[in-house]
Design a protein around this ligand. Structure first.
Ligand code: KG4
Ligand code: ZN
Length: 338
C-alpha cells in the first residue's frame, strides 16, 4: 500500500500544534508552540489571547512540521484538524487554515474530535495496540470513561457531572498559589507530602461510572480558607498529596469497574491528567491486579499535540469519513456526532 502522510493541526485551547504522521502510526514531526507562559500571567487560559496567538503561530508551526518531516506540502495526503470541542475562536484558526490548505492542495479534509485525538495518542505510543479497550480520558475540559470499540467507534460510559479532573487540579493549584497549569505543580509538590494527611471526600454514584469533583474541590478550598482564618500554617505538600489521592482513587476505581464489566482486557489513559505520575502508578498496579494490560502515552503525547489528531484523521480517512469544506467549529461537539 502507498505511504500516507497526514498533516494534523490542533488549536482547540492554548497550544498551537502541527504534526506529520506516516501511515497513522509513525510521528515524523510533532511541533507544539505552547502559550502557557502567556496565560500563566492571568491564572488560566484567556480565550481572546489564545485566538490571537494561534493566528500568529499557526502558519510557522505548520511549516516547521512539514520541514522537520522531510516532505513537501504537495506530498501531504490527508489534512486532519480538531473542529471541537474547545474554545470556538481558537478552533476556528486551525480549521480555517486546514480548509484553505485542503482546497488549494486539493487534499481530503478530516475534522477530528479532540477527545478522539487524545485516545489516539495511544496508537502512536504503541504501534501494535488494537481496539477494543477501555480508555480513561482525563484533561482540563473532560473526564470520560470511553469504550473504544474500534477505530473511530466510541461509547462514553462514564463522565464528570461537574468539574473535569484537570480543572480541579488547576483550581486547587491556584488556591495554593502554585500557578497554572495546576496538574504538574500538584504532581511535583505531592511527592514530598503525606497522601493520608487529609481524608478529602470521594463521590461515588450507585450504578454509574460518572465522576464528580466539585465537592472535593469545595472541601479542599474550605479547609484552606478556615486555616487562613485561624492563622494556621498550611502544609502544602500534604494538601496536594491528599487531594491528588482523592482524585486518583476515584479515576482508578471507576476505570477498573468499567473494564471488569466488559470483555476487554486492556486499559489506556489519555489527556493531560494521564501524565500524572501517581495516576499512572496506581492505574498500572490496579490493572495488574485485575489481569488487564495497561497503556499510557508519554507526557508529550498526553497533553495537547497534533500527532494525535493526525493519527485519528488517518483512521477516519481509511473508513472514508471525509469532511466538507464548509465544516464549522463546534465548541460542544459530542464524540459520536459527525
Ligand atoms: O489534555 P490537555 O493538555 O488539554 C485539554 O484538552 O484540556 O490537559 C490539560 C490539563 C490541565 O488541567 C493540567 O493541569 C492537566 O491536564 N495536567 C495534569 C498533569 N499535567 C497536566 N494533571 C495532573 N497531573 C499532571 N502531571
Ligand atoms: Zn486536550
Amino acid at each position: 500500500m502507498k505511504d500516507i502522510y497526514t498533516l494534523g493541526i490542533e488549536t482547540s485551547c492554548d497550544e498551537t500544534a502541527a504534526s506529520i504522521v506516516l501511515n497513522g502510526r509513525k510521528i515524523l514531526s510533532n511541533v507544539i508552540s505552547t502559550q502557557i507562559d502567556i496565560h500563566k500571567l492571568y491564572g488560566g487560559v484567556v480565550p481572546e489571547i489564545a485566538s490571537r496567538k494561534h493566528v500568529e503561530f499557526v502558519l510557522p508551526v505548520i511549516n516547521e512540521a512539514i520541514i522537520e518531516a522531510g516532505i513537501t506540502k504537495n506530498e501531504i495526503d490527508v489534512i486532519g484538524v480538531t473542529y471541537g470541542p474547545g474554545l470556538v475562536g481558537a478552533l476556528i484558526v486551525g480549521l480555517s487554515v486546514a480548509k484553505a490548505m485542503a482546497y488549494t492542495l486539493q487534499k481530503p479534509l478530516v475534522g477530528v474530535h479532540h477527545i478522539e485525538g487524545h485516545i489516539s495518542a495511544n496508537f502512536l505510543q504503541y504501534p501494535d495496540l488494537q481496539p477494543p479497550f477501555i480508555c480513561l480520558v482525563a484533561s482540563g475540559g473532560h473526564s470520560n470513561i470511553v469504550q473504544v470499540k474500534d477505530y473511530g467507534q466510541y461509547e462514553v460510559i462514564g463522565r464528570t457531572r461537574d468539574d473535569a479532573a484537570g480543572e480541579a487540579f488547576d483550581k486547587i493549584s491556584r488556591a495554593l498559589g502554585l500557578g497554572y497549569p495546576g496538574g504538574p505543580a500538584i504532581d511535583k509538590a505531592s511527592k514530598s507530602g503525606n497522601n493520608e494527611a487529609f481524608n478529602f471526600p470521594r463521590v461515588r454514584f450507585k450504578g454509574s461510572l460518572d465522576f464528580s469533583f466539585s465537592g472535593l474541590k469545595t472541601s479542599v478550598l474550605n479547609y484552606l480558607n478556615n486555616s487562613v482564618a485561624k492563622g494556621e500554617v498550611i502544609n502544602v505538600p500534604d494538601v496536594c498529596a491528599s487531594f491528588q489521592k482523592a482524585v486518583v482513587d476515584i479515576l482508578v476505581e471507576n476505570t477498573i469497574k468499567a473494564v471488569e464489566a466488559s470483555d476487554y482486557k486492556k486499559i489506556a489513559l489519555a489527556g493531560g491528567v494521564a501524565s500524572n505520575s501517581y495516576l499512572k502508578k496506581c492505574m498500572k498496579e490496579a490493572a495488574d491486579k485485575a489481569h488487564v494490560e495497561f497503556f499510557c502515552p508519554d507526557p508529550i503525547l498526553c497533553t495537547d499535540n497534533a500527532a494525535m489528531i493526525g493519527c485519528a484523521a488517518y483512521y477516519q480517512y481509511l473508513k472514508g469519513t471525509i469532511s466538507e469544506l464548509n465544516l464549522n467549529a463546534n465548541p460542544r461537539l459530542a464524540i459520536n456526532e459527525r
